[in-house]
Write a protein that binds this ligand. Structure first.
Ligand code: HEC
Length: 117
């Protein structure tokens, strides 16, 4: 089931890339996934299922306003909530093999703003 869904997402992402002829270099590629391939794979396999789905009640990727108050909690709290879970946010966002560094990169990507030091 997961594999089928992932394949669908990939097909969708590919279709979206085809429509966008204005490719600008940035941390976010034109199809709304991280431009780093390793990070993109983690993102599409886990975070994206909820963080790009309004029904999941998660702060959405690229929604700076939704992320702003969360960012203000500080990086340590964000990382703690990502690793240990927080309400509807499952521990490690269902990515058991993710490193701390990757979580920070994913959070920065989804929040579309730098995390406080
Ligand atoms: C099963 C759904 C789901 C998945 C998968 C998921 N999240 Fe979340 N996440 C949520 C929900 C729901 C919230 C909002 C929780 C709340 O504020 O009550 C959330 C909130 C967060 C927050 C903010 C926590 C805070 O302190 O405000 C961070 C950071 C986060 N997720 C990171 C991630 C990362 C990184 C991944 C992928 C590795 C991921 N999430 C995958 C559902 C998910």
């Amino acid at each position: 089931m997961r594999v089928i869904r992932f394949t669908l997402l990939l097909a969708l992402a590919a279709a979206m890339v085809g429509c966008d002829d204005e490719a600008k270099p940035s941390a976010v590629s034109s199809n709304g996934i991280p431009s780093d391939p390793a990070l993109a794979q983690i993102y599409t396999n886990s975070c994206q299922l909820c963080h790009a789905n309004p029904a999941a009640n998660a702060p959405l990727t690229g929604d700076r306003q939704a992320w702003a108050p969360r960012i203000q909690q500080g990086t340590d709290t964000l990382l703690d909530h990502a690793i240990n879970g927080y309400n509807g946010m499952p521990p490690m966002g269902q990515c058991v093999e993710c490193s701390q560094e990757q979580f920070l990169q994913l959070i920065g990507f989804m929040a579309d703003q730098p995390l406080p030091q």
